[in-house]
Design a protein around this ligand. Structure first.
Ligand code: ATP
Ligand code: MG
Length: 304
């Protein structure tokens, strides 16, 4: 697979006037294949947005190399800009413009025909709001508008910085379907998110960042498999005597709110025995997921 993005030893230190320097990105490297859906995960302040903005050509790196579609994004090149779509973490609209006017401005910037505006309004489900002023849109609607702006130029590479953070559950699911469709058209996608389920659903591979470095990088399934974590099986406690619970316990057991939860490495055997005991009421099975990987890699402390 050819790569759409190559990043090597990327670095950025912010030097605010009245505060100590912040080493936001400290030697990040990865490549994203053409047509790949790549995710960047990490706690608040990990350096995700800073990394993205250097790849997008918005921020000048202090060190390292970036190539997007074979070109350096810094200094700006109009040729490259026309081939990428960028959705920023903070929306920047011309607030007095209506939705249509905003999109028309972007369409002109990207040399797209007028019809593209209607098409993209439909794609992000904003047709009904086309005459509304941008400043009057709800948070989720603004987010969909910013995604529309990122897509209007028919980009080969799409960058999305937390694209679903303000969306309701329906809109989020719809957005996932939309992003998958856009990716299936052959576009390379790079997204950041705090939703592990979103990353598992969308991304071919994810990088987990913390404190300006990549700590893990693989497909969500491989990362989860690498944890080698036990399975948790929960049933209603009333169905089992203490002796039965003791007998069934493999790695560990926990009682809570009228349930009993077993930890096991052999879920099949335990499920069979629970079925034999007639104790499957309230059954819930939880295997490790990307969230377990994330917490394992980044720890559980609060971030600034
Ligand atoms: N312009 C700036 N000036 C000074 N410090 C900055 C600037 N931009 C970012 N930082 C700092 O750099 C670090 C990385 O910030 P960044 O925005 O890249 O994090 P992030 O991973 O995107 O976080 P979040 O999940 O909260 O969006 C943080 O400590 C942040 O405070
Ligand atoms: Mg960010």
């Amino acid at each position: 697979m050819d790569s759409a993005i190559e990043v090597a030893d990327l670095r950025k230190t912010f030097r605010p006037r009245n505060a100590p320097p912040v080493e936001a990105v400290r030697g990040v490297g990865f490549s994203v294949g053409e047509g790949e859906f790549f995710g960047i995960l990490g706690p608040n302040g990990a350096g995700k947005t800073t990394t993205l903005e250097m790849i997008e050509g918005i921020l000048e790196p202090d060190g390292g190399r970036v190539a997007v579609l074979g070109r350096s994004p810094w200094p700006h090149s109009a040729e490259l800009t026309s081939r990428i779509g960028v959705q920023l973490q903070t929306n920047a609209f011309f607030e007095f413009l209506t939705v249509t006017e905003q999109l028309r401005t972007y369409a002109q910037l990207y040399g797209q025909p007028e019809e593209r505006v209607e098409e993209i309004l439909d794609v992000v489900g904003l047709s009904e709001h086309r005459r509304q002023r941008c400043e009057k849109l709800s948070g989720g609607q603004q987010q969909r508008l910013s995604i529309a702006c990122a897509l209007i130029g028919d980009p080969e590479v799409v960058f999305l910085d937390e694209p679903t953070s303000a969306l309701d559950p329906q809109a989020r699911r719809n957005m996932w379907e939309l992003l998958r469709k856009i990716n299936a058209e052959g576009r390379t996608m790079v997204l950041t998110t705090h939703y592990m389920e979103e990353a598992e659903f969308l991304c071919d591979r994810v990088a987990i960042m913390d404190s300006g470095r990549i700590l893990a990088l693989d497909s969500p399934a491989s990362l989860v498999a690498g944890l080698d974590a036990p399975t948790h099986i929960k049933v209603g406690a009333h169905q089992l005597s203490d002796a039965q619970v003791e007998d069934l316990t493999d790695l560990g057991v926990q009682r809570e709110n009228g349930t009993v939860e077993f930890e096991t490495r052999d879920p099949q055997a335990l499920l069979v025995r629970l079925a034999e005991a007639g104790a499957l009421e309230g059954l819930a099975v939880r295997t490790a997921n990307l969230e377990d990987v994330f917490l394992g890699v980044t720890g559980r402390e609060w971030r600034d």
